[in-house]
Design a protein around this ligand. Structure first.
Ligand SMILES: NC(=O)c1ccc[n+]([C@@H]2O[C@H](COP(=O)([O-])OP(=O)(O)OC[C@H]3O[C@@H](n4cnc5c(N)ncnc54)[C@H](O)[C@@H]3O)[C@@H](O)[C@H]2O)c1
Length: 252
């Protein structure tokens, strides 16, 4: 098989939380392959800045939509804006996510609900809106962002539950919508160098890196490249799966 990413060039790709970090690197990689990328984030400043910089750097047309994925009205309005502009939506990368750590006995209901809302309910809402559009053309891919924390991290019962929930959500949805020609997978990043992990104290970060068989943190681009695989024809027979991208950390 000769493969040249021609199918990526035809795609309209939405990346949530793409103002910075993994989402931004992913948006930039897809734009550099010629895809029309929708940069979306709840943070207006980074959203606009990422869209401007990515289109300048790659020469590809981008659009940006400020959207909080916990707000269904904003999510529906974002899809309407995409379809009004480009008439289709081919790939959705549910990347927006957040942590609010704390020990279980001190965890307040707001802290639990906030993390479930953003990471799990946000993924449901964006996917629900996406499938309405994808089913009409009987094709599409959805890529959800789980985490190595789905296996359980102390101090992160809320985040671990949400990220494990994303795995179950992905597996069930993949089975349900495979007959519509839509594939759904998730990626479980390990320790990736972004704002999310900047807060980890240096000493602890060093210990974490020492435990990684590849002896380095992942870069946002390491995740972006796996998104490209999952959105492309190269993964045409892959659905309902979790791909761990973690430098060898953790067991199978
Ligand atoms: N960095 C890591 O080590 C790591 C590991 C495993 C999983 N992940 C997951 O990868 C994804 C990206 O994380 P990152 O490290 O790039 O984080 P980041 O904080 O660098 O970027 C996340 C972006 O999402 C946006 N966002 C947050 N809540 C939102 C909401 N409700 N609506 C819209 N946008 C929102 C933020 O404004 C931010 O720009 C997350 O789902 C995260 O849980 C990250």
């Amino acid at each position: 098989m000769k493969y040249n990413f021609e199918d990526i060039k035809d795609q309209v790709v939405l990346v949530t939380g793409s103002g910075r970090g993994i989402g931004r690197a992913t948006a930039e990689l897809f734009a550099s392959m010629g895809a029309r990328v929708v940069i979306s984030d709840m943070d207006e400043e980074v959203c606009n800045q990422a869209a401007t910089e990515i289109s300048q750097k790659t020469g590809s047309e981008t659009m940006h939509v400020v959207c909080n994925i916990t707000n269904r009205e904003q999510v529906d309005a974002m899809f309407q804006a995409i379809v009004d502009k480009w008439g289709q939506i081919d790939c959705v990368i549910n990347n927006a996510g957040i942590t609010k750590d704390g020990l279980f006995l001190r965890m307040k209901p707001e802290q639990w609900n906030f993390i479930i809302d953003v990471n799990l309910t946000g993924t449901y809402q964006v996917s629900h809106a996406a499938v309405q559009h994808m089913r009409k053309k009987k094709s599409g891919t959805i890529i959800n962002m789980s985490s190595i924390a789905r296996g359980g991290n102390p101090g992160q019962v809320n985040y671990s539950a949400a990220k494990a929930g994303i795995v179950g959500f992905t597996a069930a949805l993949a089975k349900e919508i495979a007959p519509m020609g839509i594939r759904v997978n998730c990626i479980a990043p390990g320790f990736i160098d972004t704002r999310l992990t900047d807060a980890i104290p240096d000493k602890m970060a060093e210990q974490m890196v020492a435990a990684i068989p590849m002896k380095r943190k992942g870069q946002p681009e390491d995740i972006a490249r796996v998104c490209l695989f999952l959105a492309s024809e190269l993964s045409g027979y892959v659905t309902g799966q979790v791909i761990d991208v973690n430098g060898g950390l953790g067991g199978l």
